[in-house]
Design a protein around this ligand. Structure first.
Ligand code: ADP
Ligand code: MG
Length: 321
């Protein structure tokens, strides 16, 4: 993978009235990577994409795409990027082929060039047999695919995808992720993707930036982020009899010491894999001669994980609920 930075964002801020949608956000995207911008609803993901793509003016901060500032050279920058908004912008009454052809025309491609490109894209996106079908008649998953194809008509270097798999069924989402990987690997397109789905970020992205309430929090490889988030699972355990008070002292356990409430022990898996804690639990229960009669694992609640990471990064600063 090439390692030059293709997007530089420094101190980006944007308010809507008194709401700070983006508050001093900085990050870089490397050329050739799939960059994940991960955060819950309302985090500021769409606002960021809109500013980066020149669809919304920024208030302060620097945005450079391929060394150019979109506020100064909007046309040149827009030639280099493709955007897939969260809602499709294609014409429902036009056929798939005609939608792509029309966009090619807007980008100034010759008739022959845009026909060739449309045919190629329909092939890549497995939509050749739908070329004469009106966009509006496609299933949700196929609509999303054509919308991505449309963003690639002018062969951009960077593709922005705003929550590409949200609202799709599992097989469609899976197929779409494979396509995004293919576009990245085969065509070398840098992908900037927003998602609120940790699994998706992990499955697709080389690098992940977490955004929460307009603030850029932890960043790292998907594996690093996953460890920080899944390191925060909680377990509720109930035994069928008394256990020694120190049973929970798993080697390396870094969560708070648990105390039983109505016989249920609340345990955190901070710093450890869930399976290690579970394995140890079974050993301890066996040694104490008790059985586990109830066990509940609190899923990787991303919202809670974001808050925990926020508090880690800004010690002493309380978050408003
Ligand atoms: N045009 C707008 N006017 C007022 N508030 C907005 C506007 N667009 C977004 N917001 C607010 O800004 C925050 C960030 O929104 P958005 O970027 O859409 O988040 P995300 O895409 O991460 O869900 C939210 O609180 C949202 O309600
Ligand atoms: Mg959004």
């Amino acid at each position: 993978m090439a390692s030059a930075n293709i997007i530089h964002v420094t101190g980006l801020s944007k308010s809507f009235g008194s709401l700070k949608a983006l508050d001093n956000v900085s990050f870089v995207v490397r050329q050739g990577e799939i960059f994940g911008y991960l955060g819950p609803n309302g985090a500021g993901k769409t606002t960021t994409i809109k500013i980066l793509c020149g669809l919304l003016p920024r208030q302060s901060g620097e945005v450079s795409i391929g060394g150019l500032d979109i506020a100064e050279e909007p046309v040149r920058v827009k030639q280099r990027l493709g955007v897939v908004p969260d809602e499709s912008n294609l014409y429902p009454e036009l056929t798939c082929l005609r939608n792509l052809d029309y966009l090619g025309e807007l980008y100034g491609l010759s008739r022959a060039a845009r026909r060739a490109r449309a045919t190629e894209l329909l092939g890549i996106f497995d939509l050749t047999d739908k070329k004469a079908t009106p966009f509006g008649a496609l299933s949700r998953g196929l609509k999303r695919r054509l919308t991505i194809a449309a963003a690639l008509v002018h062969a951009p270097e960077i593709l922005f995808l705003d929550e590409p798999t949200t609202g799709l069924d599992v097989p469609s989402a899976k197929a779409l992720r494979a396509l995004i990987q293919r576009i990245n690997q085969q065509d070398g397109v840098t992908v900037f993707l927003t998602t609120h789905n940790l699994f998706e970020a992990e499955a697709l992205c080389h690098y992940v930036q977490i955004i929460h309430k307009g603030q850029a929090l932890a960043a790292g490889t998907a594996q690093e982020i996953r460890q920080r988030v899944t390191g925060r699972k909680t377990l509720e355990v109930t035994f069928d009899g008394p256990v020694p008070g120190d049973w929970w002292q798993v080697p390396g356990y870094r969560g708070r010491p648990p105390a039983p409430v109505n016989g249920r022990w609340h345990l955190e898996t901070a710093g450890q894999e869930l399976h290690q804690v579970l394995a140890f639990l079974l050993v301890r229960a066996e040694a104490a001669g008790v059985k586990i009669i109830d066990l509940e694992a609190g899923g990787a609640n991303l919202e809670e994980a974001f808050l925990a990471i926020l508090q880690e990064q800004r010690p002493g600063k309380e978050e408003n609920p």
